[in-house]
Design a protein around this ligand. Sequence first.
Ligand SMILES: [Zn+2]
Length: 382
Amino acid sequence: MAVLAVTAVTATAVTGGPAGAESSTTTSTTDASTVVVSPDLATAEPTVVVSQDETTVRASSALQRATDVTTDQATLSKAQERKIDAQVEKVAGLLESRDADSASRSGERSALPQGTAAPAAQGDGSPVTATADEILAANRAAEREAAQDASGSAPDRAQADETERAEETPAEEQPEEAEPAQGEAEPAEAESTALAKATDTLVDLLDAAQSDTVDVEAAPETPADITAAQVAAARQAAAGLTKYVDSVVGYGNGQIPSGELCELDFAPGETLRCDAAEQLERLDVAYAARFGEHLSVNDSYRSYAAQVATKAARGAMAAVPGYSNHGWGVAVDLNGGVESFGTAKYEWLRENGPKFGWDNPGWARADGRKPEAWHWEYSPIG
Ligand SMILES: [Zn+2]
């Protein structure tokens, strides 16, 4: 950010009925100070741009925002950049001619405290150095002077003229009494409307550009990102999980009480030793990010009785009862595509499973003594 713009405004709003009507005319003075401070320049002497009214302030801050957006956003498309640049040019042009016009009509209003800036700095919109408080004080003083000058002849008209420049209301909605006293105020009003519209367009373009950026930032993580995050979490958790290795010590194979085991959150009813379960859940998050579905668990902890039944059903295909890692709560049988060697799911698990402590053991691989693509075992990592 090259320019630090501090914009001080004094706007007078007139509400109520027409002059001379029964209802009283209320004049309220609003002092607003918009200070745009970039973090790196926060301690620097502020550079101040004096502005006359809300329309100008909005335009100025939109221009500042455009500078920030086009500077900071690498994701801005060429088309967006062209549109914003064109609109910035338009707003800047209108702002400049309006500033010049405004200065010629009421140059004194924007006079700065003596010694803080050269008078020439106001009309052309070039930055001048003064504090926001000084600007406000100067504007208030000028405001009072202008009010006193005008009070002799046509106070209501003078105030109405202020209103037109302070508000962005289209000309047709202005009360008749608000007709400018001087002919030159009419082009100023048209300029104001044009500037307000051009500013609206610029703001819309900037909003669109920034919402695109937000979308980009909020875009879903890639499966690889998610896997990396889960792997990191698995490594971090590893030390804290060692206590679960001991949790089943003292029990026989297939004799572990269910209270010592943990159920898989993605596969209700399936249980494992708690460290094995926790790391398999992390592996499942990564797997689901990659394949759009959870790991399909066909079997997990297997009691001794179940191992006997399995042996009876599968014969040579099943482990001798009492010797299966299923009986220790550290093995699962998977299907859903993993159960065949060479599938994308099997290969993905071979590559990523070990990062979580899970692997298809050597004896169960394609070239092992008893190939079982579906059988995966856990051993603590780290
Ligand atoms: Zn198995």
